[in-house]
Each structure stands twice: as C-alpha cells, then as structure tokens.
Design a protein around this ligand. Structure first.
Ligand code: ATP
Ligand code: MG
Length: 609
C-alpha cells in the first residue's frame, strides 16, 4: 500500500503524483519515461482496480523516441595557431597535410587518454572526456591530453605548426538531434564546448588554459598560473581562468590534495592498532602482508598516511608503488615512478646525469655492479651500455634481469632498515607489478618487510593462497563518527535538519561527507528544512564512472533511483519491464559494486534495498 500511495496522491483522482515532467527532470529519456509510466499504470491496476488512470506521456509516437542523457563533461578544444596566416602563405596541399598531421596527433592522444573526438572543424579539434565512458579522472585526462598534444606537435617538429588548448567542465545533455534522415546521434547540447573553444583564445601559443570549474576537479595534479577572471564572448559572468604550466608529481587524488589541510581524523583506532602490531612483527624479521580493502573514498589512503606519520620517527625505508588507472598496461610503471622519486628525478631527461645518479644511489647500497645498474638503467629508459646484453635484444632476458635487480635492491635496503612496501590502489596494478609483488610475498618470510596494499572491493588478490596476506576491510563510519566529521569539515555550525540530511545522504563514506559538507557549507543560501543537496561536481565523474561500468543494467538503475533511496525489490521488478531473474541479477551486481545495500525491514515481508 505504501508504494501505491507514493505513486499517486492519496486525495487526487485526476493527476498522478509521478508525472512525465518528474521523470524528465530526473533525466530519463523519452523511451524510458514512456515504459516506466506504462509499467506503473499496469502495476497499479493489478494492485487496485479503483485507482484512477495515470496520464499518458504527451510525446508524439510517430518518430522513434529521442534518447538523451545528462552528463558532466570535460571538453578539450585545440586550435592551430595562426591558421589564417598559414592559409595565406602555404600552398593548399601543404596546408592540408599540415592540418592532417595536427589531427593525427590529436586523435592518437585523445584515444590514448580514452576520450572521444567530437569534431574536427577546420583547424580545430573538440574532444570529450566523460562520455561515452566516464572515468573518475576524466578532467585530469582532458588536461593531460591537451599537454600531450602540444608535446606531440613539438616532437613532430613541423615548421609553423603550433596549437593552443582550452579545457572546461560543465553539465551537458547528450543525445540525438535533428529529424528524419538528418537525425544525428551523440550531439552535445550545453555551454561547455563553447566555453572551451573561447578559453583557448586566452592561451599563449603552445599552451593550455582551463576554467575554474575544471581546476576544482584537477587541483594538485597540475601546476598552474592564474590569469584572473575574464569575460568570454557569449557568457554573461566573468570566468576565472588558469594557464597550465605542467603536470605535478602527485600520483593520486589523496596526494594531490596534500597541500590542503586534512579533516581531523575520526575513528579508525582499531584498524590503526592492527596495522601497528603487524608492523612491529615485521620489524622483528617476520615479514607481513596486509590488504587494506574498501570502497572508493572510504579512507584507505588516509589510514595509510596516518600509519606513515606514526612511523616518522622510526628508522625505516619506504618503497611506494602508486598504481594508476591510466597506466594499467604499462609494465612496472609504479616501480619506475618510485625509482624516479628515490633518485630525485624531476622530469629532466639527461641520460648521462641520470645514469650517474643511479650508479651513486646503488653505490650507497654497495650494489653498483653492472648486473644491477644496467637492468635498472634500461627500466628507467636510459640507453643501455653497449657492453651489456650484447647480441639480438632478448626481451625475456632483459625482463628477468630487471626483476632480479629490483628484488636484490629491496633485499639490500631491508638489510639496513626495515622496509614498508606500499602498493596503493592495487585494483589498477599492471601484470608485471603483480608479478614483482608476488615475488616479494614469496621471499618475505624472514625479512624485515611489511607489504601493505590498498584496493577497492573489486580487487581479487591474484597471488596464491599460500601467500601470507591478511585482508583488513575498511567499513563505513558510524553515525556518531559521521557527525563528528561533518563538524570537522563545516566552517560553521550547520542547522540540525541539514546535519541530519548530510548524515543520511553520505552513508558514512568520508569522501562523500567531505565533499557534500563543503558544497553545502559553501552555498550557505538554503540550509533549512527541505533544502535539496545536489551531488557536487567533484563526485559526479566518480559516480558516472561506476554507473558506466554497469551500462547493461543502466535502465534498471534509473528506475530504481526513481523509486527512492529505499525501494522495494518487488516493485522494481513490477515496474522495470524486465523479467524477474534479470532484475535480481542486476540487484546482485549493484550490491557487489556497493551502489546499493539490502536492508531488513521489520514492517515488510519483501526485501527493501
Ligand atoms: N577517518 C577519517 N577521518 C577524517 N577524514 C577522513 C577519514 N577517512 C578518510 N577521510 C578523508 O576522506 C577523503 C577520502 O579518503 P581517502 O582518499 O583516504 O579514500 P580512499 O579509500 O583512499 O579512496 P580511493 O579508493 O578513491 O583512493 C580524504 O580527504 C580523507 O582525508
Ligand atoms: Mg586512495
């Protein structure tokens, strides 16, 4: 009965509570709206024949439905510098081949960063990041792609070919436009492409400019120079813009924000105590391995950072492998980055000085023999000594030598000091690093080695069961801890109703607590009863990325979302227009992905979710 009341107003006989306009506002395309309204109609008829009928959607049915969806999109616009002048001075054939070279570089870079080319118009290229597949780091990918394009053009060395880029993030609607044969799919409607195109005009040749909206999503990942608020043609208010100088060394979101003050730590005493005891065992020469596992934003990196702070005064060496979503197929990328940091490289690529630095580093550990220097130099991309590995290049031989060198290096370090090996975000680990970590786990029994991995729930440790690894699951914060955290984040006291809403909406996930509280506190305007909390831009990409991975059951998710934060599984089956088994499988996938949770409802025989 509760359901029926929700679907229709109790005192109305003519209008349903849930209208086509409501569904449209919820971002559902026409087809889905129509199906849902029809299904609700049937469901209500089955339940209560006296119910008034639900109004039909008003969309004409002569054309197939126009599907569209709302998204947060980061748009990269890149434009050839001085194209008018080039057109005047170059022969048309030469101009064409110049533009083709530019477009090729753009296409290759955008594909590598998993964006999508939208349009090649004349001497400009528009690329989208966040559609058709969202990544939680879409904005970062877009900015990095812009920098890569410029680097690619420099490498190409074509005389007179230079570009500038603009990047902006904003809400858009993506879908079909046009009528009949002229109907086109994947059209973007929204300001973002326009603003990105306008922004590039502010960039000096060979550089990239981004808006504040994008900066908020990539803060800490790039070094920037503020260019102040600027008026853009066709945009009513000034927009603060930033020139991107270069990528920073930050390996992940947590480290990128390390410049900002941290929310005071809440809870986690038990977990910290557990890790500390394991560390103490490792110090005694009983190698330990722990997998710290939990959903995105639950606080894995924060707990790790707290442990590292606690060990600051204890003599030990850290080896940190940061796995990255953009380098899941680059062999040993996390180890290479670690060596760069350990050797103090800051992006320079002086082969001779680099080799020398490596030799010194290994010399300090009495390891400067050629069988160590050469494989590691190869790993770091320095040309190898002609005396080493003579004969036809044998990749397998090189690979084995690199692995042996890394193992010996870890062993030598741990002879001097206990070693903390961290593998951050192991769900993005590449196969070679997996092998390297597996080797460490096999060899660690009597070493002063503590291997600590962090990973999201989807990660399945690929090492054999005999590997002595313990999993430490990280749970959501309790209500009391959530309230304490909200108070720690909000710069002033929030009204009780808003505090209660934040507790309910953030579900004890620290990242959500931080981001939602910040965005609510910033808005200041409507904090009272009935205020609507919107999903901040900083969480949208992560949410879409999770939903995109579940694309086949997207429609079921949309319908479930419409049913409310708590919904009844039977109702979803009834209105979803899919067979019960498919909906149950979808619910299972959603529970696995930790997007929904089953609940026991004492007032209801059926499961609510
Ligand atoms: N117990 C806590 N008390 C206060 N703040 C916390 C706590 N746990 C996490 N945070 C904060 O919440 C944010 C998200 O945490 P963190 O980055 O550690 O999550 P994560 O599990 O590593 O997520 P991801 O899987 O995306 O890397 C950080 O800003 C962190 O400082
Ligand atoms: Mg983390």
């Amino acid at each position: 009965m509760r359901t029926r009341c929700w679907l229709r107003t109790s005192n109305s006989t003519s209008s349903p509570q849930l209208t086509d306009a409501d569904l449209m506002a919820a971002g559902l395309p026409v087809g889905a709206r129509k199906r849902l309204l029809e299904a609700i109609e049937r469901f209500c008829d089955d339940q209560d024949t006296e119910m008034p009928s639900i109004s039909q959607p008003t969309v004409p049915v002569t054309e197939p439905p126009v599907e569209a969806e709302r998204r947060q999109l980061t748009v990269l616009f890149s434009d050839v510098v001085g194209s008018t002048h080039l057109a005047e001075t170059l022969d048309a054939e030469d101009l064409r081949s110049l533009l083709l070279s530019f477009q090729k570089v753009c296409a290759e870079v955008v594909q590598r960063r998993e964006g999508q080319i939208g349009l090649f118009i004349g001497d400009g290229v528009t690329a989208y990041f966040g559609y058709p597949r969202a990544h939680e780091d879409s904005a970062q990918r877009a900015v990095q792609a812009g920098l890569d394009i410029m680097a690619g053009l420099t490498e190409l060395g074509t005389d007179g070919l230079e570009a500038r880029c603009g990047v902006h993030t904003g809400p858009v609607v993506i879908g079909e436009l046009g009528v009949g044969e002229k109907r086109l799919c994947d059209r973007i409607v929204g300001e973002a492409p326009n603003i990105a195109a306008r922004l590039q005009a502010f960039a000096p040749p060979g550089s990239l400019v981004m808006s504040e909206a994008t900066l908020r999503l990539v803060e800490g990942f790039f070094e920037v120079d503020p260019l102040g608020p600027q008026m853009l043609k066709g945009v009513s208010a000034p927009i603060a813009i930033y020139r991107v100088l270069r990528a920073s060394a930050a390996p992940n979101r947590f480290e990128a924000r390390s410049g900002q003050s941290l929310t005071p730590l809440v809870g986690r005493e038990t977990e910290l105590g557990f890790l500390t005891r394991r560390w103490e065992n490792a110090m005694e020469g009983e190698g330990q391995a722990v997998l710290l596992q939990g959903e995105a934003g639950i606080g894995k990196s924060r707990l790790l950072q707290t442990l590292r702070m606690q060990l600051r005064e204890v003599p030990h060496t850290e080896i940190i492998f940061y796995c990255s979503p953009q380098h899941q197929t680059s062999a040993l990328w996390p180890a290479i980055q670690h060596l760069h940091r350990a050797l103090g490289f800051a992006g320079e690529k002086d082969d001779v000085a680099g080799r020398e630095r490596l030799r010194h580093f290994l010399g300090d550990l009495d390891l400067d023999s050629a069988d160590l220097v050469e494989p590691l130099a190869t790993l770091l991309g320095f040309p190898s000594d002609p005396g080493w590995n003579t004969g036809p290049a044998d990749p397998e031989h090189v690979r084995r030598a690199v692995f042996a060198a890394l193992s010996r290096l870890t062993f030598a370090v741990q002879r001097r000091n206990p070693v903390l090996v961290v593998v951050e975000d192991a769900h993005w680990i590449d196969p070679s690093t997996t092998e390297l970590v597996g080797q460490m786990l096999t060899d660690m029994a009597s070493q002063r080695l503590f291997v600590l991995l962090t990973a999201r729930p989807e990660f399945r440790a690929p090492w054999s069961n005999s590997s002595p690894m313990v999993t430490l699951p990280l749970a959501r914060l309790s209500r009391r801890e959530t309230e304490a955290m909200i108070r720690g984040v909000a710069p002033y006291d929030l009204p009780a109703a808003m505090l209660a809403q934040l507790v309910a909406k953030t579900d004890g996930v620290p990242l959500f607590i931080e981001e939602l509280t910040k965005s609510v506190a910033e808005s200041r305007s409507n904090l009272g009863f009935g205020a609507v909390i919107e999903i901040p831009a900083t969480l949208q990409a992560a949410l879409h990325a999770r939903l995109d991975r579940l694309a086949p059951i997207r429609q079921i998710i949309q319908v479930a979302a419409l049913l409310g934060r708590v919904f009844d599984a039977d109702l979803l089956i009834a209105v979803g227009q899919r067979d019960a088994a498919a909906v149950k499988r979808a619910l299972h996938d959603l529970i696995e992905a930790e997007l929904i949770y089953p609940r026991k409802n004492p007032h209801c025989r059926r499961p609510t979710i």
